[in-house]
Unconditional design. Structure first.
Lengths: 78, 359
């Protein structure tokens, strides 16, 4: 699986959304990506890329696009 | 006004009185103007108070709103289309709940400041986390409560989380054993609500005879003492029970409310609650609402720089307490430190962990 596939997959599995909807997702703008979903998403990303995300980055990860920037800090290129 | 995005970068407990008070006065005056310009109801109340913000020398002169106003009115300082979420307080059936309107900016600010404060006690690393509550609490999003919201808010500081209690409120002994084996030698973060910890976690440990070694644990708990006070349980007994049943010694209570999420008041190693740089405590005499002197009992007013989307920056609570000192706590943290005595009579019974009713 490519990193992009793993990245999309983390959203699909933790938020229970369809893969084609993932790129448009923003935190708080869908029922699935609420505060509960957010913590599941963080856990899924940490598992998928074997990283530990800092608190500030957890707070800042507010969209599909923003998440890519944040993962780059952990040397994960999407 | 101070750049909102820079606020979380301040050190939580380093500013002494003069610097902090001048800073808060300047910022709270600005916030008062901000809300008066955006929230018509607040504008009216400010006008009725007769306070001229331009002449205010000390933030204590600014008007404050009773917390219960947020139950009776929809108070917001942002247009509806910018609302991100609405927090409700933990009113039990039949009581009215507070409605706190958050936009993205205020919500993010709350999370960042909370993480700054908690980081002072847990360190920068996210620790393995045990939630001293039932796994049922966040499974059903429809019945999502203040307890669930609190658990989620604090989950940010943990990793590899487990719940100590299963869906039937039974201790998950096997789960705890496996978790502690996996994280042997590591610091562990524990979080829960005071009443649930006492009534379920400690009680279940006693009953089962299982004595997990949590001597490397740091517990943060909150949600009020009302139910324990009713049973005549003191802080000392609570701590003693934790020490006996699982070896926990690093235990920090906190005081906070949904009306000012983010700026919580953490209990230090000396047992004192501390105001961080972003907020302050003022004790007011119930007779005339004047500022009470140090050590005197009175109503607690909380002032916070975080509320931008709703006019909740200066609130009079229904809790009673007293200031113990300022800038000179033996723990080394600057700012005021205080204690809570209880809730004033006639006030509604409320507290986060009070929403759990024993069957």
């Amino acid at each position: 699986m490519t990193n992009l596939e793993k990245y999309i997959n983390a959203f699909v599995e933790s938020l229970e959304v369809a893969a084609e909807d993932v790129p448009a997702l923003k935190y708080g703008e869908s029922d699935q990506w609420d505060s509960v979903g957010h913590m599941s998403l963080i856990a899924a990303l940490e598992d998928a890329f074997d990283i530990m995300v800092d608190m500030d980055d957890i707070i800042d990860l507010s969209s599909f696009e923003k998440g890519k920037e944040i993962l780059a800090k952990y040397d994960v290129e999407i | 006004m101070f750049d909102v995005n820079e606020l979380p970068a301040l050190s939580a407990y380093e500013w002494a009185h003069e610097e902090k008070h001048a800073f808060l006065t300047r910022e709270l005056c600005e916030l008062t103007r901000h809300h008066a310009a955006r929230c018509p109801e607040y504008h009216k109340m400010l006008a009725a108070s007769g306070v001229d913000v331009d002449r205010v020398q000390r933030f204590e002169e600014l008007p404050f709103l009773p917390v219960r106003l947020f139950k009776e009115f929809s108070l917001k300082s942002v247009p509806d289309e910018e609302l991100h979420k609405t927090m409700t307080s933990s009113g039990t059936t039949g009581q009215q709940v507070s409605r706190i309107y958050l936009d993205r900016e205020t919500s993010t600010l709350q999370s960042k400041v909370l993480s700054r404060i908690v980081g002072e006690f847990l360190g920068k690393q996210r620790l393995p986390m045990i939630i001293l509550d039932t796994s049922a609490i966040i499974k059903n999003r429809a019945m999502f409560s203040a307890r669930g919201a609190g658990i989620l808010g604090f989950s940010m500081f943990g990793r590899d989380k487990i719940y100590a209690l299963d869906e039937n409120m039974q201790l998950d002994v096997e789960g705890l054993k496996a978790f502690l084996k996996k994280h042997e030698g590591e610091d562990i973060f524990l979080f829960g609500f005071t009443f649930m910890i006492w009534q379920h976690f400690c009680a279940e440990l006693r009953k089962s005879g299982y004595r997990p070694d949590l001597s490397r644990g740091v517990l943060i708990h909150g949600g009020g003492w009302k139910k324990l006070a009713d049973q005549h349980i003191t802080t000392a007994q609570f701590r003693q029970a934790l020490h006996e049943t699982c070896g926990l010694t690093r235990v920090h209570d906190y005081y906070g409310m949904v009306e000012q999420t983010g700026t919580i008041y953490m209990e230090c190693e000396c047992g004192h609650l501390h105001a961080p740089v972003w907020s302050d405590i003022t004790i007011r005499r119930p007779s005339d609402f004047g500022v009470a002197e140090k050590g005197a009992l009175g109503l607690i007013q909380v002032s916070s720089l975080l509320p931008h989307s709703y006019p909740g920056h200066m609130l009079l609570t229904e809790d009673e307490g007293r200031i113990l000192g300022e800038d000179d706590c033996p723990c080394g943290r600057k700012g005021k430190y205080f204690e809570i005595i209880g809730r004033i009579r006639r006030a509604e019974v409320r507290g986060c962990s009070d929403t759990y009713e024993q069957k």
